[in-house]
Design a binder for this molecule. Sequence first.
Ligand SMILES: [Zn+2]
Length: 244
Amino acid sequence: MATARSNGRLPKFQRVMVVSAHPDDPDFGAGGSIARLADSGAEVTYVIVTDGQQGGEDPTQKDSELVAIRKKEQRAAAKVLGVRRVEFLGYKDGHLSPDLKLRRDIVRQIRKYKPELVITHIPGRVLDAPMGGSHPDHLAVGEATMAAVYPDSRNPRAFRSLLKEGFQPHEVKEVWIPFWTLGDYLVDITPTLDRKIEALRKHKSQVAKPGREWDFEKFMRKRHRDVGKKGGYQYAESFKRITV
Ligand SMILES: [Zn+2]
């Protein structure tokens, strides 16, 4: 598969939506590219599907407490990257399936904010990539979002209750899927890697779990350096780029 480069320049988008399963997913998966899109003038909206209540190691911590922490962390990280708004759909973490309700709720967000570009998860398990990427909630959001992009968002006969709510059909132009190192489209994130790392630091409950600290900065720099080598960049993020 040939790998396309963004050539340091990104296509121009006015509106971008990132649909992710958990708080921190958009920043880990595409934070460097999101900052570049925001810098180029795109209005970026995050849609976080679950409440993140399983993202902890202490079974006695109150759900409501962790949910509040993770919302706060996500808002702070989004701010670092220049993201305009964060929508939380409030589904229970760890309990997602790509059902019609989830699809309709994502269609509502797409019709509301009318993105030309949607960034979301891989809609199927990738056996060549680390297990973390194939969290069942990620697979569910990836599949539901792909179905929401095509055909549901553009189809006036799909989810007709949304018309009554005032949401008209909308055609998304492109979908980008963060694809570990296996993508076919590289975005140069050399100018924004430091901001990506700063954004990830805001997810303190995730990157500094007691007893499970890991040097995520070293890990992220190495990962993006390895990806960058494929396109002659110092640092890059890798996507599967899909024209709808
Ligand atoms: Zn996740």
